[in-house]
Ligand binder design. Sequence first.
Ligand SMILES: Nc1ncnc2c1ncn2[C@@H]1O[C@H](COP(=O)(O)OP(=O)(O)OP(=O)(O)O)[C@@H](O)[C@H]1O
Ligand SMILES: [Mg+2]
Length: 228
Amino acid sequence: MLLVEGLQAGYGESAVLHGIDLAVAPGEVVTLLGRNGMGKTTTISTIFGLLPARSGRVSVGGADLTNAPPHRIALAGLGLVPEGRQIFPTLDVRENLIATARPGAWTLDRVLTLFPRLGERTGHMGNQLSGGEQQMLAIGRALMTNPRLIVLDEATEGLAPLIRDEIWACLAALKAEGEAILIVDKNIDALTRLADRHVVIEKGRVVWTGDNAEMVASAEVKERYLHV
Ligand SMILES: Nc1ncnc2c1ncn2[C@@H]1O[C@H](COP(=O)(O)OP(=O)(O)OP(=O)(O)O)[C@@H](O)[C@H]1O
Ligand SMILES: [Mg+2]
């Protein structure tokens, strides 16, 4: 589904990614873990064509999309829930959802059923929503592109515990439907309930990868690379 090989990228003079390898199979849930500033968002931005790859390859379903523009990445079936949510502030909920929609199983009605809070606020502007509502809207907007893989950067950051639980439940439901997910989040316990596999990065390099059972069993990985 998604294959990233030897990805290198950075900002100006500074190299941040030094050869990231990761893969997500259809229907698989994979985490991208690592402490602050290790390169998770940079990896995602480069996959989505928001930052140029300096070396390496990004392919989706076998097609080489390295340095393709963001709309082509979306057409290939990748949907992004970006760090900081990036809701369109002056569009209302409905407009946010349909702005980048593509036809498929996920329709406006279905997203509003998944997130009833959004259904009650379809006329509210993006900047009139709580953080939790904005995150639901960001997820709904990504689903409206009918992606084969949804990528979430900081899925529950800054949200109240009850809202977090709603997001985790929503992601579990998406997984049960066979949606592939690549997810960044700091809640390792919730991630180990959801994920199939984990990829840990440190200073722009993959330092550990393993399946969920290996992560649960490895206190060392958690302590050494994640400080939990
Ligand atoms: N726009 C930018 N310009 C210059 N340097 C940047 C920029 N964005 C990130 N960096 C640097 O790149 C490195 C990796 O940052 P990145 O945002 O990818 O980390 P992260 O793993 O997503 O961290 P966090 O958990 O805090 O979100 C950091 O050293 C950061 O300071
Ligand atoms: Mg980040």
